[in-house]
Write a protein that binds this ligand. Structure first.
Ligand SMILES: O=C(O)CCC(=O)C(=O)O
Ligand SMILES: [Fe+2]
Length: 308
């Protein structure tokens, strides 16, 4: 199926190129990230020691047995695909009052193609499904956050918990990466938040850095990928690290979809730790945004280091 029309005009020339020759593909494959088995955490039967190790040594892991009905996940995938495959002009022009936004490029990571438009609310049925999905991922992230703070022996009051992990900030973002040789892609970054829940499809392409090397996150059926963000790094006083990750630029066979849930601290939440100057989350966000606008990419936590 040719669905070039559903992509922004500036991406179409990249997509119409034929997928490069077998020889070039082999050369490129030699430079590819390595395969590795990341930890698999069972949410229903949480092994706290395994979780601690996954957070300390990896910052990224698969989460299984989450209690999300598989039919709900399939419905969310179907909605994602149907919304994103609408003609670009339709997505750009419709639904100005919709709560859904549409953008292309990587505006939170670098300013490339950062135009933000509104996308259509396709039907209220879609909204019901997305809300149900939102409730599940919120439940999962709250459970996981509590367990992570337990592995750190952090005793947080209810107010502190809801400030560090503010449920009302949660957002589900659906992303699509075209099938092509070289796409502007998602460059290496850490997420400016607590925890991300990534649902990547079977195409794969998510990569992360560990001990200075890039590795693939091989898709694992019926599970999610959990990534620790910058605020877990601060909260844990660097016992746990936010994971540097990116998405491969070349999708050889198929376009790729990912459905991600991001959840942030409250804007006023104060972070204090031995390594960083005290800051409010809103200050961190504003600095990250400014850095993306002025330097082309996020600088992140090193901006807040507590160097005497
Ligand atoms: O698409 C993905 O799998 C990851 C996306 C991501 O890391 C992000 O949007 O911050
Ligand atoms: Fe990310």
């Amino acid at each position: 199926m040719s669905n070039t029309d559903s992509y922004p005009p500036e991406f179409r020339p990249l997509m119409s190129e034929s997928i490069e020759s077998e020889k070039k593909t082999v050369e490129r494959d030699l430079n590819r990230s390595k395969d590795i088995q990341i930890p698999v955490i069972d949410l229903e039967h949480l092994d706290m020691e395994k979780l601690r190790e996954a957070c300390k040594d990896w910052g990224i892991f698969h989460l299984e047995n989450t209690g999300i009905p598989l039919t709900l996940v399939s419905q969310v995938k179907e909605i994602t695909e149907s919304l994103l495959s609408l003609p670009f002009e339709v997505k750009r022009l419709l639904g100005v009052n919709s709560p859904l936004s549409y953008y292309w490029g990587t505006h939170t990571v670098s300013p490339s193609g950062n135009t933000v438009e509104r996308a259509p609310r396709k039907s209220s049925g879609h909204l019901v499904v997305m809300e149900e999905y939102g409730r599940h991922v919120t439940r999962i992230v709250v459970t996981l956050f509590e367990a992570i703070t337990e592995t750190l022996s952090l005793e947080l009051s209810v107010d502190q918990k809801t400030s560090y992990l503010s449920e009302s900030t949660g957002v589900v973002r659906v992303q699509r990466y075209p099938r092509c040789n070289e796409f502007p892609g998602l460059e290496a970054h850490t997420d400016s938040l607590e925890i991300s829940i990534i649902n990547q499809d079977e195409v794969g392409g998510l990569e992360f850095m560990k001990d200075g090397e890039w590795f693939n996150v091989t898709p694992l059926a019926n599970s999610f990928v959990i990534g620790l963000g910058d605020m877990i790094q601060v909260l844990s006083d660097e016992k746990y690290k936010s994971v540097l990750h990116k998405v491969r630029k070349m999708m050889k066979k198929k376009e790729r979809y990912s459905i991600i849930y991001f959840v942030y601290p409250d804007k006023d939440c104060m972070f204090e730790s031995s390594r960083y100057k005290p800051f409010r989350f809103s200050e961190f966000e504003a600095q990250a945004k400014l850095d993306v606008e002025t330097h082309g990419s996020k600088i992140g936590l090193s901006r807040f280091l507590n160097i005497p």
